[in-house]
Write a protein that binds this ligand. Structure first.
Ligand code: SAM
Length: 273
């Protein structure tokens, strides 16, 4: 997988890409990330990347030419011939489609991704029309630039690539996971995987040692070592968290009869509290 990031602030990405999972994925060659300074593709003395908006109004707009030249230098397939499931040019934009775990999964199958970071009032719309096959927003708020969004996409996509995380199940049974419910006991006889929430729910709460901290004990169900008790407690907590924080996710979640029964109980409990 290769990422190219086009930005007027290339230094922004220095430390962002140098820690943990991303750093390991880069050093083991599973992912390559190149950051390109948009100003290198300007042709005037002042290295101008922006200009005033047609129609008037506040702020400046990123000019199309430097971005066009930057993309040309990367030898990306022209938009009309591009297979967006293999190669994708993405504009970061508050007006874009929402970047979700589903989109991250879709992008993890793409071999090459170019991310264009906007600034100021945004990017000349012809960049979107001529070059981009996706326009993505990382959330319903306005950031001052696309760099944070690009870093979010690189991180979320990279950790889904085969071989990047230690255990392949880590990305199957976590928040927003689409897989079936986790087993009480894994086929290899191991206890339930530590990140076994899933089915489209949020993950359940996690605990580690000490068993008691500031007067709060670890839930009894987890301390006992009974795999089925642990599995049911985790499922119930995943349902409870989803119901409390993101109830709309329940509409698309994969639920069985037992889940629905627990959910009814939780709805009653939460309406009382
Ligand atoms: N005028 C734009 C609007 O109202 O939608 C906001 C422009 S914003 C200040 C500058 C740049 O930040 C955008 O071009 C985009 O690249 C990036 N940006 C801002 N919010 C974003 C978001 N929610 N997701 C992704 N990129 C965002």
């Amino acid at each position: 997988m290769r990422f190219d990031i086009i930005t007027i602030f290339p230094d922004f990405f220095g430390s962002t890409l140098e820690y943990g999972v991303l750093s390991r994925a880069r050093s083991t060659g599973l992912v390559r990330i190149d950051v390109h300074d948009l100003r290198s593709f300007t042709h005037d003395r002042h290295r101008t990347v922006d200009d005033r908006p047609f129609g008037g109004g506040e702020g400046m707009v990123l000019k199309p030419q430097p971005i066009y030249d930057a993309i040309s230098s990367l030898a990306v397939t022209p938009k009309a011939d591009r297979d967006a499931s293999r190669e994708s040019v993405i504009l970061l934009s508050a007006q874009g489609r929402s970047f979700t775990q589903t989109v991250a999964r879709e992008l993890s199958g793409v071999e090459r991704i170019v991310l264009i970071c906007g600034r100021y009032e945004g990017v000349d719309e012809r960049v979107n029309e001529l070059l981009c096959d996706r326009e993505l927003s990382i959330g319903d708020y306005v950031l001052s630039g696309g760099e944070l969004g690009a870093a979010v996409i690189v991180d979320a996509v990279t950790r889904l690539l085969p071989g990047v995380l230690g255990h392949p199940d880590s990305t199957r049974f976590e928040s927003f996971g689409v897989d079936e419910q986790p087993h009480a006991v894994e086929p290899d006889g191991a206890p339930p995987r530590t990140t076994a929430g899933a089915g489209g729910l949020l993950d359940y709460p996690h605990y580690t040692r000490p068993a008691e901290f500031q007067g709060l004990a670890v839930p009894e169900a987890l301390a006992g070592g009974n795999h089925e008790t642990i599995r049911r407690w985790r499922r119930r907590m995943a349902l409870a968290k989803t119901l409390r924080n993101r109830p709309e996710l329940l509409e698309r979640a994969v639920l069985d009869d037992d889940d629905r029964r627990m959910l009814r109980e939780l709805e009653q409990e939460q309406s009382r509290s």
